[in-house]
Design a protein around this ligand. Structure first.
Ligand code: ADP
Ligand code: MG
Length: 636
């Protein structure tokens, strides 16, 4: 779930005393820690002057190595050297099966520890979860901060990909807790990048943040105005990054060298490393020598930029598709974009810069080091959150990733908050009862962008009970959806005539992975036409039901008084025809038959109206029958 980040001005009670806070970019490939000192943001280096900490953990016999030291064991001891662990944060076994092809370490068989659904990686130090391994990286960064800045660290802002769902965000917080770090807030990486640029240069307008790292791709469309950052839309792919570039290149090397039998973890890891060095070198030069020399695999060759382009173009194109979608979601056109920010080490690949510049028809911003821009923004945000900047009212809005709504008659979804609405948000809509004398209503809360309940994700159900019986359509049930700053949804329902209330707290995207969100969005686009058809068919069926029920109810009351035998028989005949065809799949026929029934009943309705005026106290009205309301289950 997308989070909101707000620096509440009232939080700044101890502004006079400078507090120590850091920003942490906990990356798939590299991590960094930064802080604001004397108004300047600085990333903190290790004792050897290196700012980037490779997100690699090696479990040795008696100690744990993190970073460059751990990386050295990557080929020698791949099973105990964990890379890219961020990809598994908050993930279940099922998510991993597809992804682990690129990785060399082993996951425990879930059956062997059935009491826990958290996947664990087998290491010399035991079976470890992604959270525990991430905590090692965070500990190292904390250590670095404490050594440079002193002991009293108030807290940290830690960045996460915009696409991280609740489980993944929670896992990140858990890792911080294990590392004994107080999390001030989780911040979306692209938003942090925008903070870094926005505060530095005071830019205004619409910006796109293109973040291609080692393991993930994020694109965000943001609007900056007077220091307020609004995220208009986010998109991306949590399984696309420089690792995939390396994988393509390693496949190419294997094909060129005609290697067989390259399945051992050592060789795989080695080839990925060689591929990566070649790729990185090609950011500076046109051609690079590759020398493979491991076990039974020997080969020397060259890779040039043209070949690299052939290998990587399909992957870069994928990122541009996400960009196109994000623009559409944000309802902005390319020409509305004022700036494109490049973030992440993989944006150093020339092809990426060129294709992004082509796509957006402008040169992207690269003035802040693409490796450091996220940590920089996080440090600035941390500084604000601990109250070092009392006057700063930085407000960052985020959006909900999928629409939220409730079930209405006929298994349809009525959307109450549309996707990409900025949070916090509250929206209410009125509904009514379908049957006479109804005293309860089921509220089924749904997430997704399809039209039918069966295609949506069920989030919660609750009942509003005990309101007084009234004729169908008379009750006024106001359903309110409220999404707070942390993305927590509260749904409440109130029957307004009687004041009867009920509500429920819902976690909107709990357990929904980004791939699931992507799938649901893709499906809603693919099925838009089908859905419209099913929706209007269902609406006609519901309408037929409603007309029939109202007619039957009226007949019981005064059918015999107001109608002659012939008239009644005529009405009953059309009524029967509607009953017979209402399950039909042709919405036009249903519609015509409803019309026919209404026409046949015209005189009856008129007589009822007259008689109703005379005996208004009878409690039944024309409202019950043949009104032009869209559907008995709702009114707007
Ligand atoms: P993450 O956000 O996933 O931690 P980073 O932003 O640190 O990742 O980016 C890491 C990726 O950047 C790696 O795939 C690395 O190979 C790539 N990278 C770093 N330098 C270069 C370069 N000069 N050319 C191309 N790719 C690079
Ligand atoms: Mg990154």
């Amino acid at each position: 779930m997308a989070l909101i980040q707000i620096a509440e001005p009232g939080e700044s009670t101890t502004a006079h005393q400078h507090k120590l806070a850091v920003g942490i970019d906990l990356g798939t490939t590299n991590s960094l820690v930064a802080t604001v000192r004397s108004g300047d943001v600085k990333t903190l280096p290790d004792a050897d002057g290196r700012h980037l900490l490779p997100s690699v953990v090696h479990y040795a016999e008696n100690e744990v190595h993190v970073g460059v030291t751990a990386q050295q064991f990557s080929v020698k001891d791949p099973l105990n050297t964990i890379i890219s662990v961020k990809r598994f944060m908050g993930r279940g076994i099922d998510d991993i099966a597809v992804e682990d092809a690129h990785y060399s370490y082993k996951f425990t068989n879930p059956a062997s520890n059935a009491d826990s659904v958290v996947p664990r990686i087998k290491t010399r130090a035991g079976d470890l979860s992604a959270v525990e391994i991430s905590a090692q990286i965070l500990k190292t960064l904390k250590q670095r901060a404490v050594e440079t800045l002193g002991d009293d660290l108030t807290g940290a802002v830690i960045t996460v990909p915009a696409y991280f769902d609740d489980a993944q965000r929670q896992a990140t917080k858990d890792a911080a807790r294990l590392a004994d770090i107080n999390v001030l807030r989780l911040l979306n990486e692209p938003t942090a990048a925008a903070v870094a640029y926005g505060l530095d240069s005071g830019n205004e307008g619409v910006i796109a943040v293109f973040d291609l790292g080692g393991g993930t791709f994020d694109v965000s469309i943001l609007r900056l105005h007077k220091g307020v950052f609004e995220v208009l839309a986010t998109g991306g792919d949590s399984a696309l990054g420089g690792d995939d570039f390396d994988y393509e290149i390693s496949r190419w090397i294997i094909a060129q060298a005609k290697f067989r039998d390259v399945d051992s973890p050592e060789i795989k890891r080695y080839l990925m490393q060689q591929a990566r060095s070649a790729k990185e070198a090609l950011a500076e030069q046109d051609i690079v020598d590759i020398k493979i020399d491991i076990e039974h695999c020997q080969w020397t060759g060259t890779l040039n930029r043209d070949t690299l382009k052939l290998l990587l173009t399909p992957l870069v194109k994928k990122t541009l598709l996400s960009c196109r979608r994000a623009l559409r979601d944000a309802e902005v056109e390319k020409k509305d974009i004022n700036e494109v920010i490049m973030v992440g080490g993989s944006t150093r690949t020339l092809l990426v810069r060129e294709m992004v510049a082509d796509f957006f028809e402008r040169e992207p911003l690269t003035s802040i080091d693409p490796d450091k821009v996220v940590a920089t923004g996080a440090a600035l945000q941390a500084d604000v959150l601990v109250g070092n900047k009392p006057d700063d009212e930085m407000l960052l809005l985020d959006v909900i990733p999928l629409s939220l709504g409730i079930e209405t008659m006929g298994g349809l979804v009525e959307k109450i908050i549309h996707r990409n609405t900025a949070i916090p948000v509250a929206k209410a809509q009125d509904f009514t009862t379908y049957k006479d004398g109804q005293t309860a209503m089921a509220v089924h809360v749904l997430q997704g962008d399809r039209e039918l309940v069966s295609d949506s994700r069920s989030l919660a159900r609750f009942e509003l009970r005990g309101f007084p019986p009234q004729v169908a359509g008379a009750a006024r049930i106001r359903v309110t959806f409220q999404v707070d700053a942390d993305g927590l949804l509260i749904v409440s329902a109130c029957e307004e005539n009687s004041g009867v209330e009920a509500s429920i707290d819902v976690k909107p995207s709990y357990g929904l992975s980004d791939t699931e969100i992507e799938r649901m969005l893709r499906e809603s686009m693919e099925h838009a036409e089908d859905d419209m058809h099913s929706r209007s068919l269902r609406e006609q069926q519901v309408e037929a039901e409603r007309v029939l029920q109202a007619l039957d109810a009226a007949m019981v009351v005064d059918g015999d008084q107001l109608l002659s035998v012939v008239e009644k028989a005529e009405i009953m005949q059309v009524r029967q025809r509607l009953i017979d065809i209402k399950a039909d799949s042709d919405k036009e026929i249903i519609k015509q038959t409803i019309k026919q029934l209404e026409d046949t009943c015209e005189d009856y309705v008129a007589r009822r109206m007259n008689s109703n005026i005379k005996t208004a106290m009878q409690g039944h009205s024309i409202e019950e029958y043949a009104t032009d309301k869209k559907s008995a289950a709702e009114e707007s």
